[in-house]
Design a protein around this ligand. Structure first.
Ligand code: ZN
Length: 221
């Protein structure tokens, strides 16, 4: 089986890799961890200050160009390598579980992608990350609370200036009663400008949750 399906580490190329892991243990250990889940007023939280209400926010890894993290993210998004998302989620779950301030979270909501992208990719990468989190930190995943709108249908008729000034209207909220009074953890893959998460939070607020926190796998420097 090993010859037919060689498993090698994306970091160093060794074949000493645990089943279902994309990296060997030394390469996992050497990933550029941020420790943001334990740090108050961290750079990820600062991105959202003054934009939308949220409770806590953090990222697992620093994302830089031409890095191993970028290679892994490309594997997850474009090469059907689900193992990467599970590993990221498991590591996020460990980091979140050891940060007491996330204890009150009731449920996980992955940021949705368009159905057409799910068809070509085979999965929603944020859903896979949430599944990895759930494996080590048991919280239910509410995967159908948000639906991604097709931008070309919903936005083209709006004035461009108005579009730039308001939080983009990217998502539909399904059965809002299911999140009323709940403490939500939003899960996403990569954080750059924060516009997607900002739009998701603005939509979720209509369901009157108790709080919304943010967990991303990688934060772009
Ligand atoms: Zn390695």
């Amino acid at each position: 089986m090993h010859l037919l399906y060689p498993q090698i580490c994306f970091g160093c190329g060794t074949d000493q890799v645990e089943k279902n892991k994309p990296l060997c243990n030394p390469c996992i250990h050497d990933l550029p961890f941020t420790d943001f889940f334990k740090i108050n007023e961290n750079p990820v939280e600062k991105i959202f200050w003054g934009r939308v209400p949220f409770l806590h926010a953090g990222a697992l890894l620093f994302f830089t160009k031409d890095s191993l993290v970028q290679t892994l993210m490309t594997q997850l998004k474009y090469h059907h390598n689900k193992k990467v998302g599970i590993l990221f989620g498991q590591l996020m779950g460990q980091a979140i579980a050891s940060a007491e301030k996330f204890e009150q979270i009731d449920l996980l909501i992955p940021i949705p992608i368009l159905p057409s992208k799910i068809n070509s990719r085979g999965y929603n990468q944020s859903q896979v990350i949430a599944m990895g989190i759930q494996q080590v930190w048991n919280r239910p995943i509410f995967g159908d609370v948000l639906t991604k709108k097709n931008w070309s249908n919903s936005q083209t008729k709006k004035d461009r200036k108005a579009r730039l000034e308001q939080v983009p209207d990217l998502f539909i909220l399904n059965h809002p009663n299911s999140i009323e009074g709940k403490n939500i953890l939003l899960v996403d893959d990569v954080l750059t400008t924060g516009a997607t998460l900002e739009a998701a939070i603005a939509t979720l607020m209509a369901g009157s949750p108790a709080s919304i926190s943010i967990a991303v796998a990688a934060y772009t420097l």
